[in-house]
Design a protein around this ligand. Structure first.
Ligand code: KG4
Ligand code: ZN
Length: 341
C-alpha cells in the first residue's frame, strides 16, 4: 500500500486566511478566517489584508491541524498559494509555508490559485463517494479577479481558452452593487435581492466580443449611466426598484457567462463541464448552468458553496497531485502577483 500523504495547505492571496489538511486527497479540515476590516472601505485594502493575515495565520493553522486530528509531525508537505494575488498577502502565506517546511524538513509545493479554483472539483470529503470530473474537463472560473474558460487535460495540465479583456464577472457584480449603494462584496447581496425581483424588468447592453473572451466594463458603464438618468427623473428610483435592478443585472451577467460556456463546449466538444470561483456561488448562475446542462447533455459539476470562494482545501488538493509527481518548489520561490508572468 502507498504511504499516507498528508498535505498542509495555506491560502492567503486576497482577504481570506485559510489553512486545510488533505490526507490522500480527502479533506480533513478547511478553515477560513475572513477579514471584516475591509467592509468599511467598500473593497479590499491590501495593507490591511497583509496585517490581518499576519495576525490570523498561526491560529488558523493550529486549528486546522487540531480539527484534522493531526500534528505537525504527520505533515508530508506544505502547499502554498504562489499567486496570483496581492503581494503583501501572498508574502505572509509563503513565509509561513517556508518556515513550516524548513522546521519539519519536508517539501514545499507552490500552487497557482486559479488552477486550484478549478481543482476544487477534485476535493473528496470523508465518507462520500462523489463522482469526479473526467478529463478533458471544461471549467468556467468566475471570481472577483478572474473570468476564464479553462480546459483541464489532467489534474495538473491546464489550458486557458478564453478570458476577460477587462473586468472580471465578480468585479461587475461588486462595482454595480456599489453604484446601488450596497455593501462590499456586492455579489452575494445582488444574489439575495435578485431572488425577489423581475429579471426582465430592465435591459442592459451586452458586449459583442468575438470568440471565447469576455468583457464586463461596458455593462458596468451602461448600468451606471442608466441609474444616473433614472435617478435624475426619480430620486428614489434605486431604493424602489432594488430587487428588479439586481435581478436584471444578474440575468445579464449570467447570460454572458453561460453563452460563452455553451460556445466553449460546442467548440471543444467537451461535455464534462463545471463552474468554479466566488461567483459560482451565485444561485441564478447555478440554476442557469443546471438548465443548460439538460439542454446540452453536459455532465455538470457545481462546487459545494464552501469551495466556491477562496479556501485552502483547493490549494491542498492541487498540492496533493503535485506531491504525487514530486513537483516541489525550493525555498527561493517568491510569490507572484501575476502567476506565470
Ligand atoms: O473566488 P473569490 O473568493 O476571490 C477571488 O479570487 O476573487 O471571489 C470573490 C467574488 C466577489 O466578487 C464576490 O462578490 C463574488 O465572488 N461572489 C458572488 C457570490 N458570492 C461571492 N457573486 C455573485 N453571487 C454570489 N452569490
Ligand atoms: Zn480566488
Amino acid at each position: 500500500m502507498a504511504p499516507t500523504v498528508t498535505i498542509l495547505a495555506i491560502e492567503s492571496s486576497c482577504d481570506d486566511t485559510s489553512a486545510a489538511v488533505i490526507r490522500d486527497g480527502v479533506v480533513l479540515s478547511n478553515l477560513i478566517a475572513g477579514q471584516a476590516v475591509h467592509e468599511a472601505y467598500g473593497g479590499v485594502v491590501p495593507e490591511l489584508a497583509s496585517r490581518a493575515h499576519q495576525a490570523n495565520i498561526v491560529p488558523v493553522v493550529d486549528r486546522a491541524l487540531a480539527m484534522a486530528g493531526t500534528t505537525a509531525e504527520e505533515i508530508s508537505a506544505v502547499a502554498w498559494t504562489r499567486g496570483p494575488g496581492l503581494l503583501g498577502s501572498l508574502l505572509v502565506g509563503s513565509s509561513f509555508a517556508k518556515g513550516f517546511a524548513l522546521a519539519r524538513n519536508i517539501p514545499l509545493i507552490e500552487v497557482d490559485h486559479l488552477q486550484a479554483h478549478v481543482m476544487s472539483h477534485f476535493v473528496r470529503e470523508p465518507g462520500r463517494e462523489d463522482a469526479l470530473p473526467d478529463f478533458p474537463f471544461l471549467c468556467l472560473l468566475v471570481s472577483g479577479g478572474h473570468t476564464q474558460l479553462m480546459v483541464m487535460h489532467d489534474h495538473l495540465s491546464m489550458e486557458i481558452i478564453g478570458a476577460t479583456i477587462d473586468d472580471a464577472a465578480g468585479e461587475a457584480f461588486d462595482k454595480c452593487a456599489k453604484v446601488m449603494g450596497l455593501p462590499y462584496p456586492g455579489g452575494p447581496v445582488i444574489d439575495r435581492l435578485a431572488a425577489g425581483g423581475d429579471p426582465y424588468a430592465f435591459v442592459f447592453a451586452k458586449p459583442r466580443i468575438r470568440g471565447l473572451n469576455f468583457s464586463f466594463s461596458g455593462l458596468k458603464t451602461s448600468f451606471l449611466y442608466f441609474l444616473r438618468d433614472r435617478v435624475a427623473e426619480e430620486p428614489g428610483f434605486i431604493e424602489s426598484r432594488r430587487n428588479d435592478l439586481a435581478a436584471s443585472l444578474q440575468r445579464t451577467i449570467i447570460e454572458i457567462l453561460i453563452g460563452k460556456l455553451v460556445r466553449a463546449s460546442k467548440e471543444t466538444g467537451i461535455r464534462e463541464v463545471g463552474i468554479a470561483g466566488g461567483v459560482s456561488a451565485n444561485s441564478g448562475l447555478r440554476q442557469a448552468a443546471g438548465r443548460e446542462a439538460g439542454k446540452q447533455r453536459w455532465n455538470l459539476f457545481l462546487p459545494e458553496l464552501r469551495y466556491t470562494t477562496d479556501n485552502a482545501a483547493m490549494i491542498g488538493i492541487t498540492g496533493y497531485y503535485k506531491y504525487l509527481r514530486s513537483d516541489f518548489s525550493d525555498h527561493t520561490a517568491i510569490p507572484l502577483a501575476r502567476y506565470g508572468k
